[in-house]
Design a protein around this ligand. Structure first.
Ligand SMILES: C[S@@+](CC[C@H](N)C(=O)[O-])C[C@H]1O[C@@H](n2cnc3c(N)ncnc32)[C@H](O)[C@@H]1O
Length: 190
């Protein structure tokens, strides 16, 4: 698993502006499942999903390190796009009902950490991301993070470690609803 190899795999298989239909395909939800929920989209990229969701009255906050200035979130702003990373979420506890990360923070674990700093660092950063997400999720809130199935063993290790210290949170890896190259890390806060 060399960095260059993963880069070319990524470039050949992913677009960076998945819209609502793309998210529905990957995560297997319907638009109605999102209504009434406060949603965080981590690594929103061009934010096509957020824009379409907002047009349908669905409340999505989008973060990405590529966005402009970071903005302090007071919990009430709609259509917020803020510069932030999954490793340090700038939100208060118990803010969101649903957290999504499509081909973003989790997907990039192998590029940003695994290949550069090794397996233990990749696991540690994966756990940090999950802890940050768990913190901002409300009770019964869910998170779905897509990643390349090619690196399943790394994410299975993250799952194993996460479960050791989070017995009150359901955590599992499932297949993507409609993209066979992706798997989904799923958590549900009890
Ligand atoms: C391939 S794009 C996907 C964008 C969007 N989610 C979609 O499905 O179209 C990946 C995005 O994730 C962002 N990203 C990568 N690592 C991240 C992290 N640790 N935290 C937040 N965003 C991250 C990148 O800046 C990039 O915009």
């Amino acid at each position: 698993m060399k960095n260059q190899e993963s880069k070319s795999i990524y470039e050949n298989t992913r677009a960076a502006d998945w819209d609502m239909s793309g998210y529905k395909k990957v995560f297997g939800f319907e638009e109605n499942d999102l209504r009434g929920k406060k949603i965080l989209d981590i690594g929103g990229g061009k934010a096509a999903f957020q824009e379409e969701a907002l047009k349908s009255g669905i409340d999505v906050v989008s973060i990405d390190p590529l966005y402009g200035d970071s903005i302090k979130f007071d919990g009430s702003q709609k259509a917020l796009k803020a510069a932030a990373v999954n490793e340090a979420l700038p939100f208060q506890r118990d803010t969101f009902d649903l957290v999504l990360a499509n081909c973003s923070s989790f997907y990039y674990i192998y590029q940003h950490y695994l290949f550069k700093q090794g397996l233990e660092e990749a696991i540690s950063k994966g756990l940090l991301m999950l802890n940050q997400i768990t913190n901002v999720l409300r009770d019964k809130g869910e998170a779905m993070l897509s990643f390349s199935s090619e690196y399943l063993p790394v994410f299975e290790r993250i799952l194993e470690e996460f479960k050791k210290n989070n017995s009150g949170t359901e955590a599992k890896i499932i297949e993507s609803a409609g993209d066979t190259s992706l798997s989904i890390f799923f958590i549900k806060k009890q």
